[in-house]
Ligand binder design. Structure first.
Ligand code: NAP
Length: 476
């Protein structure tokens, strides 16, 4: 009986490397890898060895026979149009040529590298450095608790996804790693300090700012990262940061962050009791009044930003607002496999926004509906005023400029991770706020590859020991 990959897949491809018969795709060197939400086991060639399940850092792989949901079918469907080619060996997928592109020449001096940020991008970079080089790595984070978005971003009702933090935490104690927590670049040390102290610095500082809507009343909205930080117990977000006194909340955007927020706000608080949600937040959810969350999307269901696996996690509480006739048509005419087809079978309703919010907890998907203004008591759209006291903008993120580094369009401009020889970026500050956790693995490999190429070419500036860093740390 084959194995199948399920909802929590982080696409970091640990399973691909472990599979002895190359039956998990897309692999990092296949074109679909950059866009897929999850990886898939080919049931025709899986030999049932379970190596993928052992290697998976987020508990996403199970024997298909033990699963009752749609995932065995979803895995198989990926291969539906893929004929079994007449090649020798147990699989039809050919292995590519192995590439050994991240190797320092024998006898190369040990590098001293700084990684700024302990989220997934930073920790995949640390892992890559430890695996491919003898480098010593100093890891900085402005917070005293490591983990970045694994700790303070992944929703607390996704414990399997959070488990990848355990794999990263093993590197914290590695003999070649030094952790420097509670040290903020720009406040406690400067970019110049770090450049002087280390042979190379990799910035994995993420994209912590919410994009803005540019509409009247925007100041009344809460940034998505604030709400995400709130339910994750971020030290800078108080338990009272989110007002749950109204019965309806509106979230602008329909990406996975919007869906995470909607799911947490509409789940029965009793079902969240065993999660890592802080007690004070659980209590606010228990005593709060929110029962309906409306996700406002400016485009149609064919362009929805949520992924299939995140949508499948909430289908029982979903309703599609039927006000715009294009919505139903697009859903009904979608071919299997098309994004809009995910909503086939989901209840549709013409919603009367002047009626009281129902008793049932639910998430309403409203398409072709951009907010035009946020007033004290409603979100104004082209065809309706939606009464609400809580408006969240989950419309993507931007990086925060770091003095001493270039900055444009919400990221640090770079070429394959290289800002300049000796200075590198990885993760959302490198590529913008797209991609889940696993996308950072190949991203980190590219950045570390650029670093190694510069070291080998001799273009890294010599470091100045006894540096400014120590003096500036002493100033704290
Ligand atoms: P996102 O996926 O980029 O979604 C942003 C949403 O905001 C889109 O619906 C977008 O609509 C909308 N939007 C942007 N500007 C807007 C505007 N001015 N007015 C109205 N709507 C606007 O961002 P995200 O949800 O923050 O997620 C970021 C990344 O993290 C994604 O790759 C996501 O998959 C990943 N993530 C994954 C998980 C998970 O796997 N469980 C959880 C959280 C996040 P348009 O499409 O029309 O631009």
């Amino acid at each position: 009986m084959p194995f199948a990959i399920t909802q929590t897949c982080c696409t970091d491809a640990s399973c691909v490397a472990a599979c002895p018969v190359n039956c998990i795709h897309p692999t990092p060197d296949e074109p679909d890898f950059g866009t897929t939400d999850m990886l898939f086991v080919d049931p025709r060639t899986c030999i049932d060895c379970g190596a993928c399940a052992d290697a998976c850092p987020v508990d996403a792989v199970f024997p298909a026979e033990t699963l009752s949901g749609p995932y065995p079918e979803i895995n198989a469907a990926y291969y539906a149009d893929e004929p079994l080619a007449p090649v020798s060996g147990p699989t039809f997928h050919r292995w590519g040529q192995p590439a050994f592109d991240r190797v320092l020449p024998a006898g190369f001096p040990v590098l001293d590298v700084a990684v700024v940020g302990t989220g997934p991008a930073g920790m995949y970079a640390v892992q890559d450095l430890l695996l491919h080089t003898p480098a010593r790595v100093t890891v900085y984070d402005r917070l005293t608790e490591p983990g970045g978005l694994i700790r303070f971003g992944v929703a607390p009702d996704h414990p399997s996804t959070k488990k990848i933090g355990e794999a990263f935490a093993r590197h914290h104690g590695h003999e070649r790693v030094r952790m420097r927590l509670g040290v903020e670049v720009g406040r406690d040390v400067t970019v110049e300090d770090l450049a002087a102290r280390h042979d190379a610095v990799i910035y994995a500082v993420g994209a912590s700012e919410s994009r803005s809507l540019g509409i009247p009343g925007e100041e009344r909205t809460l940034p998505g990262p604030t709400v995400v930080g709130w339910y994750n117990g971020h030290p800078e977000v108080p338990a009272g940061a989110v007002d749950l006194s109204g019965e309806r909340a509106v979230v602008v955007g329909n990406g996975n962050v919007a869906l995470d927020i909607a799911r947490i706000l509409t789940t029965d608080p009793a079902d969240l009791a065993d999660t890592s949600i802080p007690r004070a937040v659980q209590e606010r959810l228990r005593t709060g009044s929110v029962r309906e969350v409306v996700l406002l999307a400016r485009r149609g269901p064919e362009s929805a930003a949520y992924t299939r696996s995140e949508l499948l996690a909430v289908t029982s509480s979903l309703v599609v607002d039927d006000a715009d006739p294009r919505v139903g048509k697009t859903i009904d005419s979608a071919a299997p496999g098309e994004h809009a087809a995910l909503l086939q079978g989901v209840r549709r309703e013409r919603i009367d926004w002047s009626a009281p919010v129902g008793v049932e907890r639910r998430i309403v998907l409203r398409f072709h509906s951009a907010p035009e203004e946020v007033t004290e008591s409603a979100v104004r759209t082209a065809d309706a005023d939606i009464p609400t006291g809580l408006v969240v903008r989950a419309i993507g993120h931007r990086g925060r400029p770091l003095p001493g580094l270039p900055f444009a369009d919400g990221i640090v401009p770079n070429e394959k991770g290289r800002v300049s020889p000796g200075t590198y970026v990885v993760g959302w500050i490198k590529r913008g706020s797209t991609g889940g956790i696993g996308a950072n693995r190949t991203d980190a490999a590219e950045t570390v590859g650029a670093l190694i190429a510069d070291a080998t070419a001799g273009t890294l500036a010599p470091r100045r020991r006894g540096s400014l860093l120590r003096r500036s740390l002493l100033r704290r």
